[in-house]
Write a protein that binds this ligand. Sequence first.
Ligand code: HEC
Length: 111
Amino acid sequence: MRYVNNYANAKAQDYGLYEEGGPMPVGAIAAKESFVVSPNGKIGVGPLFLMAKQAAGSSPDTGDWYYTMILPNGAVQDAANIQKFCNDCHTIAGEDDDNLMFLPDEYRVSP
Ligand code: HEC
C-alpha cells in the first residue's frame, strides 16, 4: 500500500482550498512525498513528486507545470518523457482545476 502526504509552498497556499483554489500563480509548488508499507509491515521510502508552475506560455502542453520525480536514491527524473507521463494523467483534472488532482474527500484536512 502506498501512502502520500501533499504539501504546498506559500505561493500555492490556495491548494488547501482544493477545487475552489483556482489556477496557481507562477512559482507555486506542490509536493507529494510517498512511502510504501508491504503486507509484512515493512516500510519503504517512495518517490517525492513535485509540480512547479512556470511562466505563462512556457509549456502550453502541461498547463505551464514542470513535473519532477525524485527517487529515494536521489536520482532526479524530469526528462521530456517524464513530463509527458505525469501530464497525461494530471491533464484529466482539467483546466478548471489547473491540472491538480487533489486528495480524495475522505483524506482532506481543512486549512
Ligand atoms: C496515473 C495517474 C497519475 C500519474 C501518472 C501521476 N500522477 Fe500525480 N497525482 C495523481 C493523483 C490521483 C493525485 C491526487 C492524489 C494523490 O495525491 O495521490 C496526484 C497528486 C500529485 C501531486 C499533488 C498535487 C495535486 O495534483 O493534487 C503532485 C505534486 C504530483 N501528483 C506529481 C506528479 C508527478 C511529478 C508525476 C510524474 C512523475 C505524477 N504526479 C504522475 C495521479 C497521477
